[in-house]
Design a binder for this molecule. Sequence first.
Ligand code: ATP
Length: 364
Amino acid sequence: MKELSYEEIEAATQNFDPSQLIGKGSHGSVYRGTLGDGRIVAVKKPSGGVQSLQNHAKLNNEIDVLASLRDPPISIVEFVGFTRAPASCRLLVMEFLPNGSLHALIHASPTPPEWRLRGAIALQIARAVLYLHEASPASVVHRDVKSANVLLDGKWNAKLCDFGLAARPGRNDDERSETPPPPAAGTIGYMDPCYTEPGKLGPENDVFSFGVVLLELLSSRKAIDVERDPSSVVAWVLGMAAANRSGGICDERVALPEYMRRAVGRMLRVAVKCVSEKAERRPAMREVVGELEAVVEGLAVWTAWGCVRSKVSERVQGCVRAWRRCAEKRVGAAATANIVCGDHLVDGGDHDSREDDRERGPCT
Ligand SMILES: Nc1ncnc2c1ncn2[C@@H]1O[C@H](COP(=O)(O)OP(=O)(O)OP(=O)(O)O)[C@@H](O)[C@H]1O
């Protein structure tokens, strides 16, 4: 575990200047900083106040869990290290993710994300959760998978963050361990309804929460929206599916071309399985990843095919236009030549010369 000097972090964050504050969560504040080597980082500091002990414990847990992960995938926020503040509390130093949260992208962005990006993000989060569930020496349950805890890097890659509630069920169930399982915790709207007591902690809790994130990605509805009836996205989607109205679930602000419907439908089926009320009906994350890989592949194949199709159609249209012009020229009307010439003058600035070449090609 890499320990950084507190002086370096103070310098990086300009002594935790308010101008460097990225945001405040319920347990702490996150500051932007620039390390001596030029790397831009995010530094999480626990809040004081009456819940100070609890906030410190949550951040310590986050540091310990992140530090324990061996070769994590890129879809888990990169752990840079930690530092020890004078009052002996530890601060987390991690990679800085400049493009905000998935929650903001889905619910607050003026341009809603297109389907291929939604599919890619879903797969990246699924891989992060799968990695945690299969982590060695003991599986990790994140316990707070939600769109606000998925942040986006400069290339819009999704990264799972906020490991403050993460726990290892195996370790705590071990009879030799004196540590009791932690009390059930999570976020309303995302929390598995079966996770009602400490002993019910397991990977299936994350599968449920991940299913809610998938439903948000598909519908752009919030997990809980008190201005709607029903307020829960899970209840709404299950109601729509039962009424045979699945077509109305997907975000209508973004065009869903015919050729993408199959892949998006597959994503919806995975989401519905993940939010099954009975935990034993939910798929394991390995199965979810397999399904989403097929979804992403399907979207990419179709996109590539769409590209080929539009290139062919562009080419055909260009040939038809050129053929028409050639025919007009052959008729020998000098006026026609002038109009063609005139077209070039009018459109001169933005005219695509490749298109000119294409259009002239067959004539020469
Ligand atoms: N690595 C990071 N890079 C950039 N911004 C980050 C990073 N980590 C957290 N943030 C942002 O800092 C703010 C506070 O994050 P934090 O994880 O403390 O709380 P939260 O997830 O908003 O809330 P809570 O802890 O209550 O769930 C949020 O706006 C979050 O998006």
